[in-house]
Design a protein around this ligand. Sequence first.
Ligand SMILES: *Cc1c(COP(=O)(O)O)cnc(C)c1O
Length: 378
Amino acid sequence: MNNSKIWLSSPHMGGDEQKYVQEAFDTNWVAPLGPNVNGFEQDLEKYLDQTTHVAALSSGTGALHLGLILLGVKAGDEVICQSMTFSASANPIMYLGATPVFIDSELETWNMCPIALEEAIIDSISKGNKPKAIIAVHLYGMPYQIDAIDAISNKYQIPILEDSAEALGSSYKGQKCGTFGEIGVLSFNGNKIITTSGGGALVAKDEKIKERAVFLATQARDNAPHYQHSEVGYNYRMSNICAGIGRGQMQVLDKHVGLRREMHQLYVDTFASIEGVTVLTEPNPDYFSNHWLSAIIINPEKTNGKTREDLRLVLEKANIESRPLWKPMHLQPVFESYPYYGTQVSEQLFENGLCLPSGSNLTEEEKKRIIAEIQLFF
Ligand SMILES: *Cc1c(COP(=O)(O)O)cnc(C)c1O
């Protein structure tokens, strides 16, 4: 039997990517600007919501950094951040010399807990340091509790920086993820639902915010014949080559969302008859996840002591990649001295959770291999 490596999530080209890249070469637009950059931005605006304004950037991390700057975050400010996430959500807070305040997850979507969020805000305000922004994340493509988090954001007038890096193609009540926050962020890293080999985007409601993002992302050049600067700039624009890959990928985005959702359904069906395993699934029909990664929780009390680590090692032996959930930021050595509000939900999820192979390019044979290993294990 073929034993080649099965990845958690790997790039999946649609076919037209090289055509756009070739066009960039043919017209010598080999630069961090050009027709593919504009085209990719328009494709994203059309996909998300025609009223949005998208700036294509070199990474999701860069987009988060600019997002915080555009929301006015400065050294010494407090910024609230979901604890259970990839470190890229939190690192830009540190770039600015601001202080992260980490918030636990709730069990429904595994994202930011509204109760712990409000507790943190009240505490910060009582100490005279009202947080400047809330970084909320749609983990593994699952929308966070948008109505509850929005209500708190409105009540205390603190803007949301929506980390939608994992959730392009997800939606809540029919509205696309990436369009909920004051500013939204997307990522096109190699393992995301679509890729530009590396890249990101900032999604703004206001065209002026987009223009300001592009200005800062291209070294903050003032309007002058020479190089004139009155502000600190960044080199965060997307290249026209990468954007060409992105244009090809946009043509297959919905198809890839469909395939990831099918893979998720296969896991739901497989685990339906296995005691003690929960698959992360939409809590109700308002939620639509792209199921970027399918993730499970194993309760060893109900599986005769079998743990997620046991399963991970069995899969690894079969050359199948799986990975524990994101380790919460408040448990990371680099962030452990910062404030944290919660009741250990994210700790429990981290201890018992596992992400399973979820790529849109898994073959039928690979799917059979994965399911067979899982069934054998349980
Ligand atoms: C991937 C990711 C990012 C960062 O995006 P890059 O394009 O890799 O810089 C940020 N937040 C989350 C939740 C991510 O998964």
